[in-house]
Design a protein around this ligand. Sequence first.
Ligand SMILES: Cc1cc2nc3c(=O)[nH]c(=O)nc-3n(C[C@H](O)[C@H](O)[C@H](O)COP(=O)(O)O)c2cc1C
Length: 293
Amino acid sequence: MEIDIRQAVLDNCSYGLYVVTSHRDGKLNGQISDALMQVTACPPTVAVSINKTELTHEYIAASGAFAVSVLSRQADMAFIGHFGFHSGRDLDKFDTIPYKPGKTGCPLVEKNAVAVFEAKVISTLDLGTHTLFVGEVLDGEELSGERVLTYHYYQQHMKGKASKNAPSYHEEKKTDLVAVGDGKYACDVCGYIYDPAKGDPDHGIKPGTKFEDIPEGWVCPVCGVGKDEFSPCQPVASATGKYICETCGWVYDPAKGDPQGGVAPGIKFSDLPDDWVCPVCRMGKGEFAPLEK
Ligand SMILES: Cc1cc2nc3c(=O)[nH]c(=O)nc-3n(C[C@H](O)[C@H](O)[C@H](O)COP(=O)(O)O)c2cc1C
């Protein structure tokens, strides 16, 4: 029997999400990476796997340095799309993103970051499609106590995807794009969800506009692909109607509701107000997953 090694095995690995930046000849660039980890303590070193086709790869190879922003859950899809679905060859990513110049010359992106650090490259390993850059951490700063953004959270709760150059990328079937229905459409490339109730006011699409009525020239605000790359969302069905809090394990049962939180028995999970929180750990609805048994 053939085993899909990636799905069966490697998807169990844990990752964070980072902005990795570098510079060359006075120009700055950065990209999203999940393939980053600390590899020694003394001296402190980290390794990051960067695709050879990326502009950031060129800059790290040229400058021998990179900076890393450890992203928090404050980071939204548009921010991740800016660094992770567009190349610095097509736009100046630092035109719109504030940064602090680091000691190595790499830009430090503090927006949406719990910590930033910079490193000088001390070793490289050619991995074919990617180069593994090992860097000694020279300086860094913790910025906030926010929760870090994990790749798991990005995939499960933000419904985000990796782009093709990520080591963890794999082509997903469109049916993997489960999300609530209500006229919503999901981008098959990055996972952005168009919600007609919200529209896309930053790009001229008023709230209340059906996906079908969006003009053809409109593009995904996260990764820039056209309307034909979108699929209608399937309503998420928890077979039992129950949802489990992934933080503390408390189960929302519609038959019981959450009377102490003002939710009467009989209310479906999807109808809970957006500001409703888990009565045990106070996490929001985004922390809940369908409970199938
Ligand atoms: C969630 C996510 C994770 C990613 N992880 C990596 C990674 O670990 N290594 C990598 O080389 N590219 C990764 N990418 C892809 C790059 O961020 C992307 O190709 C970017 O557009 C490269 O930009 P650049 O050409 O300006 O350097 C990832 C993208 C996303 C959205």
